[in-house]
Design a protein around this ligand. Sequence first.
Ligand SMILES: *[C@@H]1O[C@H](CO)[C@@H](O)[C@H](O)[C@H]1NC(C)=O
Length: 248
Amino acid sequence: MFRLLILFIVQSVVLNTANGHVMSMPTWCYWNKDDLSDMELIRPYIFNKINYIEFNSTLGKYVGYTELGIRNAEVWNKDTAQLQAQKAQVETYCKRNVGIYYSVVLSKTVEPQVKVKLVKKPDGSHPAVLMCSAYSFYPPLIKVTWLRNNKEFESDVTSTEEMADGDWYYQVHSHLEYTPESGEEISCVVEHASFKKPMSYKWDPSMSEPDKSKIAIGASGLVLGVVLSAAGFIYYRKKSSGRILVPT
Ligand SMILES: *[C@@H]1O[C@H](CO)[C@@H](O)[C@H](O)[C@H]1NC(C)=O
């Protein structure tokens, strides 16, 4: 290990450029299974973006990627104590730290908050568009489908990716284009690890009524404004007509 390091230092003196150099030895832990049984530790030696050599815990030895790396791997792989020490870090570094991640977040689930709303009213030959939004859930894996009278819509559904809110929570939005029919029942079905069973959210057309109440609130605001300014204007006229102008 030290031979390689010394070579780098010598090189950086000889080939010193205005840009400087970067030596990086990250530790990567890779796994797929929740019980961490397939944990793999990779420790590469990267000099100026070139990966020369890396320790691979699954192989239990170093693998060289450049001429220099291959030569070093031959030497380092003879040191069985060093290989054992590196391999032991699968337990002491990877599993230990990843275990903490599991206990703190990875094993947790948070239920999505689901809302269904009309985003486009049907208009002549154009279909209506409904949107089913799921907010603030974890983990990101989720499935959103649409049902009409308990039968799944196969087409006319588009969905966004699971979008990270940046605080471990995610959101997703699914759009359904459809032509409304009377007496039908449309619902959005959400499947998520936080639910024991798929949850169904019925689309209630009367929920688009807030449109009407908004107009009513706006109109009453306008009437009130007109009445008040008229009253103010009348008051002003009365006051000013009673005032006597005194020449100076
Ligand atoms: C480590 O070695 C194993 C076994 O050869 C291989 O399957 C795996 O892809 C290697 N990992 C990396 C990151 O190269």
